[in-house]
Design a protein around this ligand. Structure first.
Ligand code: EPZ
Length: 423
């Protein structure tokens, strides 16, 4: 298995271009199942999760061609109706095909996703929403058995869970409702940019959707969707990760090709710690230098502070003087990186969804183990400022969501390399 070795101490300088959003590409690829004509997606990131979603669509009989940063999907012959456990256990987002399968085939058998390193991740809201559209859904032998032989029909529903709205449920139900008979109104809808991008893609194919980006989405069903070409939005979490990297190394980094309007809370929190930030069009410039103010962060559904940036901020705050707190209200168990950061000399105590971080002067390099995507990124960031050489194991987690992280960081001056299997 590959490893990443990073030697700390270099202030990052230069420009990094942000790739297309992983978490928008995945539902959009699933949504392409609804189109009877070919769809071309551009600005898709070169990531393992995108390849996994391509494999999911191929299982369903769909033609998928991955070519550099574009994906061609032709769902004309989409006919198979089952996604086995072996696929879903590799990537939970496989469950995004449930809504489109019900809409086009009137039936679906999809494995229930299992446990996850970041904590419990139920899909009850997906099921609630699809049932409201008239689907008959049974959970049997670890599978979701769904059917809607007479077709789906529009309905009004509230998709609010104990931790707020759900990105996955909102996208899944929106995709199913696009071809349902009549009007669907989703209340307590997730407002994340990835939901908006999925809606924009569907609209570009002829869907009638209003209100994406607000907490009420209204969908008028149409008979069929066309093909077309669509450019995926920039990845706000990748952009945020490089902003943190620039700030915590005391560097001067321009994060380009991104959407600053999707990063307002991240920018605000970096400024509160003491980083100097400026926005110019699609570029954000960050200068570190004086990160001296401890802060309190609370993750919330968008437009609140993203849970997917929590681990990276925890790394940075590990060396900010004073006591900071990070509360994850979305995934209270998402703190596995804390134990690894403490092995690097951090002083962090995580309990009941809250990490209390007492800033230390210096981190020291250590071999560390990545547990999930954002935790892995946090460990690489810690390695950038630690004394000595940090080895991050289980790098496959990072490859799911960061395109060539070692190349992008190295181009900014980091001393970082990937050690491939066998070397
Ligand atoms: C998406 O997951 C992202 N994944 C996650 O990113 C991200 O952390 C998460 O949204 C929150 O922003 C993709 O887009 C592929 P949710 P999703 O449904 O859709 C609860 C990363 O690192 N909930 O918005 O699965 C749930 O437990 C990944 O890139 C229910 O209770 O998240 C959580 O507390 C990790 N019932 C909250 O809602 C449900 O049916 C938000 O989850 C569904 C969710």
């Amino acid at each position: 298995m590959d490893q990443i070795r990073v030697t700390g101490g270099k202030a990052l300088r230069g420009e990094v271009k942000i790739s297309g959003s992983k978490n928008a590409t995945l539902p959009i690829m699933a949504a392409a199942l609804l189109a009877e004509k070919p769809v071309t997606l551009t600005n898709t990131p070169l990531l393992q999760d995108v390849r996994t979603m391509a494999a999911v669509l191929q299982i369903l009989g769909v033609k998928v061609t991955l070519k550099d940063r574009s994906v061609l999907i032709d769902a004309k012959d989409f006919s198979a109706a089952e996604i086995p456990y072996d696929v879903v256990r590799k990537m939970r987002a496989s469950v995004y095909v449930l809504g489109p399968m019900l809409a086009r085939l009137g039936q679906a058998r999809v494995s229930l996703p299992g446990g996850c390193a970041i904590g419990p991740r139920p899909i009850d809201l997906h099921i609630k929403g699809l049932r409201a559209l008239g689907a008959d859904i049974q959970l049997e032998h670890g599978y979701i058995e769904a059917s809607a032989r007479k077709g789906l029909r529009g309905a009004e529903m509230w998709l609010e869970g104990p931790n707020g709205s759900s990105v996955g449920a909102t996208c899944n139900v929106m995709m199913a409702a696009v071809m349902a008979k009549g009007t669907t109104v989703i209340h307590a809808a997730a407002r994340e940019p990835e939901v908006c991008d999925t809606a924009e893609f569907l609209k570009s194919l002829g869907a009638r959707i209003e209100g994406a980006g607000s907490s009420t989405i209204t969908i008028e069903g149409v008979d069929r969707l066309d093909g077309g070409k669509y450019r995926v939005v920039a990845d706000r979490i990748e952009a945020g990760t490089y902003l943190v990297a620039g700030a915590m190394t005391g560097g001067d980094v321009k994060v380009s090709d991104c959407r600053p309007d999707h990063l307002e809370t991240v920018i605000e929190k970096l400024a509160e710690v003491g980083a100097d930030l400026s926005v110019d069009g699609t570029t954000i410039r960050v200068r570190g230098g004086n990160l001296s103010h401890p802060i309190a962060i609370r993750t919330l559904p968008y437009p609140g502070f993203p849970t997917d940036m929590q681990a990276q901020f925890t790394s940075m705050l590990a060396v900010v003087p004073g006591t900071s707190t990070v509360t994850d209200t979305i995934y209270p168990d998402r703190f596995i990186h804390v134990a690894e950061l403490n092995r690097m000399g951090a002083d962090i105590h995580a309990h009941a969804g809250v990490a209390t971080i007492k800033g230390v002067k210096l981190l020291s390099a250590a071999p560390v183990m990545a547990s999930d995507l954002r935790a892995s990124a946090a460990l690489v960031l810690a390695g950038l400022i630690a004394k000595g050489t940090t080895t991050v194991l289980r790098v496959y987690h990072i490859d799911r969501g960061y395109e060539s992280i070692e190349k992008k960081l190295s181009a900014l001056g980091a001393q970082i390399e990937r050690i491939s299997k066998g070397q």
